[in-house]
Design a protein around this ligand. Structure first.
Ligand SMILES: C[S@@+](CC[C@H](N)C(=O)[O-])C[C@H]1O[C@@H](n2cnc3c(N)ncnc32)[C@H](O)[C@@H]1O
Ligand SMILES: [Zn+2]
Length: 254
């Protein structure tokens, strides 16, 4: 696990049998799927919302390929040592070089480790990433909380962070079915005084989506909990539609 450090004392971790150990004998076991839990508390993300069910719902939806455009665009950016920050189920981890990924949700990390045998995965919180300073060439970060202090710390001096946010028209046809006045995403890049935004690239396409998949996607969004039964039914009876998927890839440097 080369650049992974002990969450207790920040010394290097190395493989010792079925565990990772530091010089101070802190030890963390590999799971059956090959990931390591480096959280020092029991408060993994599973209890904070991203439950097993929602992890599986995301996994099944993403496997259908509606977001492949983004997967390909991000795949082309990866070089050197790569870190997927808040990797979720590791859907975007198509790289066959050195790749690390972590998430607060154990179930997500389990799915990531199971489906990407090349990646080295661990459960961790982005507020204290157990990775050595200046060890990452390419960090990717999709639809997740931002922490520029930690991102900057783990990046090499010439390292790059690609952070992805939804584009203004992302899922707009779904919102039009749900609301009289659908709002568009503001595409606001996270502000940072430590990292500089050097480029923004938009990727966008229309995908043909079945009504069942559309409803499944909707149930994974935050809109689901704020929508009336009547409007939910509007979506349920809409049939297949052409749906815009649109993302902004923000490139940051130190
Ligand atoms: C919307 S999901 C995106 C997952 C993945 N990047 C993707 O696009 O498929 C947000 C992820 O951020 C993770 N997350 C939220 N807060 C976190 C934290 N403090 N540390 C690590 N991961 C966190 C969640 O567990 C969840 O998997
Ligand atoms: Zn230690």
């Amino acid at each position: 696990m080369g650049i992974v450090i002990c969450p207790k004392c920040r010394e290097k971790l190395s493989v010792d049998g079925n565990s990772l150990k530091c010089v101070n004998n802190h030890s963390f076991d590999f799971s059956r799927e090959g990931y390591v839990n480096l959280l020092l508390t029991n408060k993994s993300g599973d209890k904070k919302g991203d439950s097993r069910d929602s992890a599986h719902a995301r996994h099944n939806f993403l496997a259908k390929g509606y977001y492949d455009l983004l997967k390909n665009a991000i795949g082309k950016k990866m070089q050197g040592t790569v870190l997927d920050i808040c990797c979720g189920e590791g859907y975007y981890d198509t790289y066959d070089g050195e790749l690390y990924g972590f998430d607060l949700s154990k179930e997500m990390v389990r799915l990531a480790a199971k489906s990407n045998k090349n990646g080295k995965y661990f459960v961790a919180n982005l507020s204290q990433i157990p990775i050595e300073d200046k060890s990452i060439d390419t960090a990717i970060h999709l639809f997740a909380p931002f922490n520029d202090r930690e991102f900057s710390r783990v990046l090499e001096d010439d390292g790059v962070l690609y952070s992805v946010i939804p584009g203004e028209n992302h899922l707009i046809e779904m919102k039009e079915l749900l609301y009289d006045v659908p709002y568009r995403n503001d595409e606001k890049a996270p502000d940072s005084e430590i990292l500089q935004l050097v480029e923004r690239e938009k990727v966008s396409e229309k995908v043909h989506i079945s009504n069942d998949d559309l409803y499944e996607l909707f149930s994974m969004t935050p809109y689901f909990y704020r929508t009336s039964e009547e409007n939910k039914n509007r979506l349920k009876t809409a049939g297949d539609i052409d749906l815009t998927v649109e993302f902004v890839i923000l490139k940051y440097k130190k």
